[in-house]
Design a protein around this ligand. Structure first.
Ligand SMILES: [Zn+2]
Length: 236
């Protein structure tokens, strides 16, 4: 039996990257099972699944590993392994959870699903980034940008006109208009010219669009709350 398929037992610990601690941590094995199925006359396909719990923060993880080995259990090839939840490629913004709650309340209380759509799209872009799907991610960023613009200024029937009107109505500055134009161009290339953006490009686009969401949806709410607490001026 090869070392990899050897059962470690419930009291054993393994070192796995903890998505909560953001480092490799020792993790208690809660469940473990190995599988072996014949692939052809010479090799077997083997896999092992494991459920663990971080000894530091108690975050659970699921680890699946697979490989090919000789019939006699020696030699390993085509090894593959993934862990869920996986390593975070980028921190989500600090307002992410608050925005999720407020977007649902906004739909319920105001009858407008604008914020909820924004949050849904943003969540899908985060999933695309984490799942190594940069093309889907950048298309999502483009859709998100379009949704925000049309919600605020109505559909002007083209990206360029939407962007211009968005700037004319003061939602973005001239410099931001140029920056967002680059994102739209990358999104267009991914949809129509088979361009695959790098993770760095997707993260940069996400940074920019999150900054826009923060300005339009988060800061305006905070400003309203501050305004409510300020004593009114006396009439002179
Ligand atoms: Zn942990």
């Amino acid at each position: 039996m090869c070392q990899k398929s050897k059962a470690l037992g419930m009291n054993d610990k393994v070192k796995i990257y903890c998505c909560n601690c953001n480092v490799d941590t020792w993790q208690q094995i809660l469940f473990e099972k190995s599988y072996r199925s014949p692939s052809d006359e010479k090799y077997d396909y083997c896999s092992k699944c494991m459920v663990t719990e971080c000894c530091g923060c108690e975050q659970p993880h699921y680890r699946f590993s697979s490989w090919m080995q000789n019939k006699d259990g020696t030699g390993m090839d085509m090894e593959d392994e993934w862990v869920f939840p996986s390593k975070q490629l980028r921190e989500k913004p600090s307002w992410n959870i608050d925005f999720a709650f407020s977007s649902v309340f906004s739909t319920f209380l105001d009858g407008s699903s604008e914020k909820e759509h924004v949050w849904d799209l943003l969540r899908e872009v985060h999933v695309s980034l984490q799942s190594d799907c940069p093309r889907l991610g950048i298309m999502g960023v483009r859709a998100l940008l379009e949704h925000i613009m049309i919600s605020k200024i109505g559909d002007q029937k083209s990206f360029k006109k939407n962007m211009r009107e968005f700037q004319n109505q003061g939602y973005i500055s001239k410099i931001q208009e140029e920056t967002l134009g680059h994102i739209l161009e990358v999104g267009h290339a991914a949809i129509h010219r088979s361009y695959s953006p790098t993770q760095i490009e997707l993260i940069a686009a996400l940074d920019i669009v999150e900054n826009l969401i923060e300005t339009i949806y988060i800061y305006t709410e905070k400003a309203k709350n501050i305004d409510c607490n300020i004593p009114k001026r006396k009439n002179t």
